[in-house]
Design a protein around this ligand. Structure first.
Ligand code: GLU
Length: 387
């Protein structure tokens, strides 16, 4: 099966990153970042995101544009703003950006929520998990989370840096199966496409599939002269490298092409796809499901079955009804529902003897019983394959 079709078939959750230049007005002779927020483009993407949602796919948006929108409202015409000026722009622009998204999505009967993050939030495990839980809850409620960097309070040291990098982190945070970066260029070219073709020099070619981000690719990206976006191609390539190592493909496309979302979901060869075809996680899951021999079975109660199947959760001791077989920590086991039907496979964090003692117990009870050998999950979702 074609790579793109294969990816699309497995997509249940997607992160869409919208660059500032995609949702700005365009005015010849001026940088899009100086032209202000375009309500039409925001509306356009609200409609497109609704079509993705209608396919039963969760969508998390990472949107830039606060500084660009604020610039217009504060009437800052010059290009070289100071940091406090940019932060002031972000403060006024962010609320205007959200207001515009809110109105656009309202027309499509969708609610939106704002989440502003800084590196401090994502570097701290507790806050990272808090952000994750908030986003999960919003998605469960059918809300579209719209994420941006908390520009007005972050200084260089605690900045995530750019929204390409933020979108990659978010894709990993929410376990998305695809990151789409909407940019103002077609994708990654083998050489700078803005350089005029001279005699004897070949025209720049769009690279449609990159299976590994190596030094050569980073060099090509470094040379691509896209001065309009914060990071240009380099940050996009780095973002793709990150998601790929988590088993998530990244697609960099031209968001100014009005049909790009349809084309992506029709499996057309638009933009540059960054994907090795064998993500770490996928590989490992394949191995758990198909290579390892099952050493026993765990029977789950209804709540646990639903948590695993419908909410992508881990298996906790409380949801365990029955244990059979003799196995050790790290072995593969088969997961059964109450009727004995096989629902998946996973690697266990406890041996069969300990599981006999803790099955059905709440986390707090397991913690005091197991002491140092305590694990919250019997099978963590990263070690779990659902059939
Ligand atoms: N957070 C910035 C903004 O909303 C944009 C940063 C970026 O696009 O990388 O204006």
């Amino acid at each position: 099966m074609a790579v793109r079709e294969d990816i699309l078939q497995g997509v249940k959750r997607v992160v869409v990153k919208i660059g500032s230049s995609v949702i700005s007005n365009r005015d010849k002779g001026r940088s899009p970042l100086e032209c202000g927020l375009s309500r039409d483009w925001v509306r356009h993407y609200a409609r497109k995101i609704k079509t993705i949602r209608d396919r039963g796919i969760d969508v998390v948006l990472v949107s830039s544009g606060a500084i660009m929108a604020g610039r217009e409202r504060l009437e800052f015409a010059r290009a070289d703003l100071t940091v406090p000026e940019k932060q002031a722009c972000a403060a006024i622009g962010q609320s205007f950006l959200m207001h515009t998204y809110e109105k656009a999505f309202e027309k499509k009967e969708l609610k939106v929520a704002q989440i502003l993050l800084s590196h401090d939030d994502l570097g701290n495990r507790k806050r990272y998990l808090n952000a994750k839980h908030t986003i999960e809850t919003l998605l469960e409620k059918g809300v579209i989370p719209i994420i941006n960097e908390n520009d007005s309070v972050t200084v260089e040291e605690i900045k995530i840096g750019d929204n390409d990098s933020l979108s990659a982190t978010v894709a990993c945070l929410v376990d998305a199966q695809l990151l789409i970066i909407l940019s103002d260029v077609e994708g990654l070219y083998d050489r700078d496409p803005s350089v005029k073709v001279k005699a004897g020099v070949e025209k720049a070619q769009l690279l449609s599939h990159i299976s590994k981000v190596n030094e050569d690719i980073e060099k090509i990206a470094g040379k691509s002269n896209n001065h309009l976006t914060v990071g240009g191609m380099v940050t996009k390539v780095r973002a793709a490298k990150k998601t790929m190592s988590f088993g998530i493909p990244t697609l960099v496309v031209n968001g100014l092409d009005e049909k790009v979302i349809e084309n992506i979901f029709a499996g057309k060869e638009v933009g540059t796809l960054f994907w090795s075809g064998k993500g770490k996680i996928r590989d490992r899951k394949h191995w758990i499901a198909h290579t390892l021999k099952s050493a026993g079975t765990l029977t789950l109660d209804t709540g646990a079955r639903k948590a695993l199947l419908e909410r992508g959760k881990s298996l906790l001791p409380a949801g365990l009804l029955k244990v059979t077989g003799s196995f050790e920590f790290g072995n593969a086991v088969t997961l059964l529902d109450e009727l004995g039907k096989e629902i998946g496979r996973g690697l266990v964090n406890y041996n069969s003897r300990d599981l006999e003692n803790i099955k059905g117990l709440k986390t707090s009870a397991v913690r005091s019983l197991m002491g140092k050998s305590f694990y919250e999950e019997v099978v963590h979702r990263d070690d779990l394959v659902i059939f």
